[in-house]
Ligand binder design. Structure first.
Ligand code: GRF
Length: 214
């Protein structure tokens, strides 16, 4: 059983998928707390409905990124997490924060990294004419969306796709991928050692891939 603290800024559908995976026994974990930087984040309601403690820390109450992150770190550490799960947390994190959670800070990004770092990934995948698109779960490092990628969920791009239809399919892939990666952590199959992903006892040369056909 691993202890998770989940950080969100919005809808929290990935949080929901993680809570559902725990509830149906696919993931041996406990969500100790959900923390948001936005009071309006619907994920807070999802957590409260499941009886999970929530907290809101608003960045505008802090003078600097470092001051906000220091407070966030203190709040998170009060829940003794084995893993801090970024699930749509729309903040760039300071170096000190990232270093503190090295090897136990995960993020999900809606593209096949290293393609399309940053925002508007679905529109950019369409503009680029990509035949495939998807999502990536990675360890977080100093480089934005640049940490070692553990696993990717791949979907085919259809000729009639819009950014919205593509986003919907990628989201479905996210909801399968994130709980799966967390289950590897909970089963001690996955860790980060000096910047290298170790999966099932061996250095991982390429991300694990899951293909989601339409
Ligand atoms: C997801 O698309 C995730 O890849 C990105 O932010 C979005 C969060 O969605 N990092 P939700 O709040 O989990 O619904």
């Amino acid at each position: 059983m691993i202890n998770l603290v989940v950080l969100i800024s919005g809808s929290g559908s990935n949080l929901q998928a993680i809570m559902d995976a725990i509830a149906c026994g696919h993931l041996d974990a406990r969500v100790a707390a959900v923390i948001s930087n936005k009071t309006s984040a619907y994920g807070l309601t999802r957590a409260q409905s499941a009886g999970i403690p929530t907290a809101v820390l608003q960045h505008r109450d802090y003078d600097s990124r470092e001051a906000f992150d220091a407070q966030l770190q203190q709040l998170i550490d009060g829940f003794s997490p084995d893993c801090v799960v970024l699930a749509g947390f729309m903040r760039i994190l300071s170096k000190g924060f990232v270093a503190h959670y090295q090897g136990r800070l995960l993020n999900i990004h809606p593209s096949l990294l290293p393609l399309h770092k940053g925002l508007d990934t679905h529109a950019r995948a369409l503009e680029a004419g990509d035949r495939q698109h998807g999502c990536s779960v990675h360890f977080v490092t100093d480089e934005l969306d640049g940490g070692p990628v553990i696993a990717q969920g791949i979907v085919d791009v259809q000729p009639e796709d819009t950014p919205e239809t593509l986003a919907e399919r990628v989201h479905m892939a996210e909801h399968r991928l994130y709980p799966l990666v967390l289950s590897w952590l909970s089963q001690n199959k996955l860790c980060l050692n000096q910047g290298q992903i170790i999966f099932q006892g061996k250095a991982l040369a390429e991300p694990q891939t899951l293909y989601f056909s339409t």
